[in-house]
Write a protein that binds this ligand. Sequence first.
Ligand SMILES: C[S@@+](CC[C@H](N)C(=O)[O-])C[C@H]1O[C@@H](n2cnc3c(N)ncnc32)[C@H](O)[C@@H]1O
Length: 219
Amino acid sequence: MSNKTSFLADDLHQYMLQHGLREPDILCQLRKETATMTNFARMQTAPEQAPFMQMLLRLMGAKRVLELGTFTGYSALAMALALPEDGQIIACDINRDWTAIAQRYWQQAGVAHKIDLRIAPALETLALLREQQQQFDFIFIDADKDNYPNYYDAAYELVRPGGVIAIDNVLWGGAVADTSINDNPTRKIRALNEKIRQDTRVEISLVPIADGIFLVRKC
Ligand SMILES: C[S@@+](CC[C@H](N)C(=O)[O-])C[C@H]1O[C@@H](n2cnc3c(N)ncnc32)[C@H](O)[C@@H]1O
């Protein structure tokens, strides 16, 4: 897993960061604080991915967002900044310490009222949302990779027709194309990529930004 577009040469990646985005100070501060968490910082959404998702949300006029995998809150904060005042994100995670950092930044940015954090295994929250017949414009899948196929099935049911599911890390640092790598997360991501390719209910585009983001639009 990587939190940069690792498929670009370093100099070109630097150029893209310097010329291709305007990271707000609050996101920059959060990214710098997360970078001090040496063993985990790479889990954070890449800075070049945030404006891409913000633009999608704005183009779609999205109001209702579901996020699976929140960590220290970078992607949720970026999305909340792009939502209208009456927009809402349900953010799912299992880790209270990491999401406490997220909540501090959401407060500081003045968007905490748009984010409903659910601390529970995402599959449980998904089941509850389905029971309640909730619908979302945009669903961002970025939690544990072993459950990716399950998350996709649930997300398909929860996203509205015309809505988008965005699945992160689908290139898995290049491992998906390396036949010598067959660990569990790699196999699960490969299986999901193939399942999506064959899913005629959706329109698809795999975008090689950051660690690869699969955009799936429900027809
Ligand atoms: C890659 S990180 C998410 C990064 C985040 N989107 C960001 O922008 O920084 C994955 C997150 O998924 C969470 N997670 C792992 N297993 C989970 C589960 N079963 N249910 C919900 N969240 C889970 C982890 O605690 C971790 O915070």
